[in-house]
Write a protein that binds this ligand. Structure first.
Ligand code: CO
Length: 134
């Protein structure tokens, strides 16, 4: 059911330093910083030949990644995102199989303007999983 790895998201304590690390030390193609107030994050996208890395830093009060950064002050891997063809069909199969979708279960428009859902890390090998209808 799942398709391509769309991105791996990494929460970072210092966005400018993280962007410079990927650009200069790792020689990657790094986007400009983008504030996404609707999502409570600032993002930098790193284009790799086969997938993307998404650097995330909290933006504003009540950012959904603030607690993660508090627990992991030097940053860390936050989630992986897999593409699916039909997010409703994917959700129904996941729920029918006994795994948990976070929140209301209704897809939200994610940071790339596409419908997404997050799956409970306790049901997915300790890893927060995002599915995106590509
Ligand atoms: Co994501």
């Amino acid at each position: 059911m799942i398709g391509r790895l769309n991105h791996v998201a990494i929460v970072v304590p210092d966005m400018a330093a993280a962007a410079a690390l990927y650009r200069d030390t790792l020689g990657a193609n790094v986007s400009e910083m983008l504030d996404q107030p609707d999502h409570g994050v600032t993002t930098v996208f790193i284009e790799l030949p086969n997938t993307k890395i998404e650097l995330l830093h909290p933006l504003g009060e009540g950012s959904p990644i603030q607690a993660f950064l508090d627990k992991n002050p030097s940053g860390g891997m936050h989630h992986v995102c897999y593409e699916v063809d039909d997010i409703i069909e994917a959700r129904d199969r996941i729920v029918a199989d006994g795994a948990r979708v976070i929140g209301s279960g209704e897809p939200r428009i994610g940071a790339h303007g596409k419908p997404v859902l997050f799956l409970h890390p306790k049901d997915f090998c300790g890893t927060l999983v995002e599915i995106e209808q590509a």
